[in-house]
Design a binder for this molecule. Structure first.
Ligand code: AQP
Length: 332
């Protein structure tokens, strides 16, 4: 079996973007790949996290994965900080990646904002840690949302430079798996920015912990334009908000965007929004309930993460050992 790795940051509530862009796709992949899924807490602290909140969010993200159908018996589920090899390989990658490469990363520019001088150095080298997350298992495929494409290209550059510099054929060239009809779910308030856990406006996103009324209200209030709904996907060009809502509908109902356009084309948004709210509640409702139940069973989640990290270490330790040999670290 080929090996996949993917992760989610415990940096707030899981969103519909995390679900459709990543977690839901993992469920379909876990049978065919050896799967390693990680709650990336080292990544989360690149921006300030309250320690108590971080522990809570770590359990919540793990619960969200399991409630969505990621099976801890089938896959490895753990939190990153319990496997120190991630941070160790990241240091080596800090010495492989070039500043020029990191300077091109758009996520750093977006997250650091205008006051770049005050961003943490961790935020800047975030993509090197992400490359290490993947390479420490020699994973070949990474199922992610479209926003992570640039970071994955950087991971390939790092692997290639490492292989060239040391004259080895050690790290594989990783491939992204960007799947589904909602590869990049956008904010409900602004069709040009990504739906994100850390957006200050709660109305911009659907949280996986939102109740039925909150979901319905957020969708009713979601920004649209004044044109009737498009009859074909081409008619969605230049209509970011409408395109976003229709893509979400398509992904949640396992139908194509074209199919949704055929059904609702020519109408106003009211009926569509009401149906989208019902659909969202019917898909997310059972997951939310199961997530809550699992979060009340802290010991179960902690046990899954502990066992997962033991399994992960069994794979990563020998790979890190080989890397030490390749780099020339004396092993006495
Ligand atoms: N809006 C999105 N649409 C599709 N996929 C998305 N992902 C995130 N947002 C969307 C995918 O979810 C996985 C986990 O993401 P992450 O937690 O590592 O961080 P992120 O991409 O930075 O997500 P957020 O929600 O925006 O978190 P914050 O606000 O903390 O930065 C990834 O596979 C990502 O592609």
């Amino acid at each position: 079996k080929q090996r996949i790795f993917s992760g989610v940051q415990p940096s707030g509530n899981l969103t519909l973007g995390n679900y459709l862009g990543a977690i839901r796709n993992w469920v379909g992949l876990q049978k065919n790949y050896e799967s390693i899924f990680c709650v990336v807490d080292l990544h989360a602290i690149t921006v300030w996290q309250d320690p108590e909140q971080l522990r809570k969010a770590t359990r919540e993200v793990a619960a969200g994965m399991i409630a969505s159908g990621v099976d801890p018996k089938e896959c490895i589920i753990f939190n990153q900080s319990q496997v120190p090899a991630h941070a160790e390989l990241a240091w080596i990658f800090n010495c492989v990646a070039r500043l020029g490469w990191l300077n091109r990363m758009t996520q750093f520019k977006e997250k650091a904002g205008k006051n770049r001088e005050r961003a943490s150095s961790g935020l800047y080298v975030y993509p090197n840690l992400m490359a290490a997350d993947i390479m420490i298992y020699k994973a070949t495929h990474v199922p992610v949302g479209e926003d992570q494409k640039q970071h994955l290209e950087l991971a390939r550059d790092i692997a290639q430079k490492f292989n060239n510099d040391y004259g080895v054929d050690f790290f594989p060239m990783v491939e992204p798996l960007i799947l589904g009809e909602a590869k990049r779910v956008m904010s409900l308030r602004d069709g040009n920015s990504k739906m994100s856990k850390s957006d200050p406006s709660d109305n911009s996103r659907i949280n996986m912990t939102d109740d039925r009324d909150t979901i319905a209200k957020k969708i009713r209030k979601a920004k649209t334009d004044s044109e009737p709904m498009a009859e074909t996907p081409d008619g969605l060009e230049g209509r970011a908000e409408a395109k976003n809502l229709i893509s979400i509908f398509a992904a949640l109902s396992d139908r194509s965007v074209a199919d949704i356009c055929t059904e609702y084309g020519g109408q106003g948004f009211a009926q569509f929004k009401s149906d989208l709210a019902d659909l969202s509640v019917s898909v997310l409702g059972p997951i939310t309930e199961e997530m809550k139940r699992l979060c009340d069973e802290k010991t179960y989640i902690d046990q899954v993460l502990k066992e997962g990290s033991e399994k992960a270490r069994k794979i990563s330790d020998p790979i890190l050992k080989d890397v030490h040999k390749i780099v020339g670290f004396l092993q006495s």
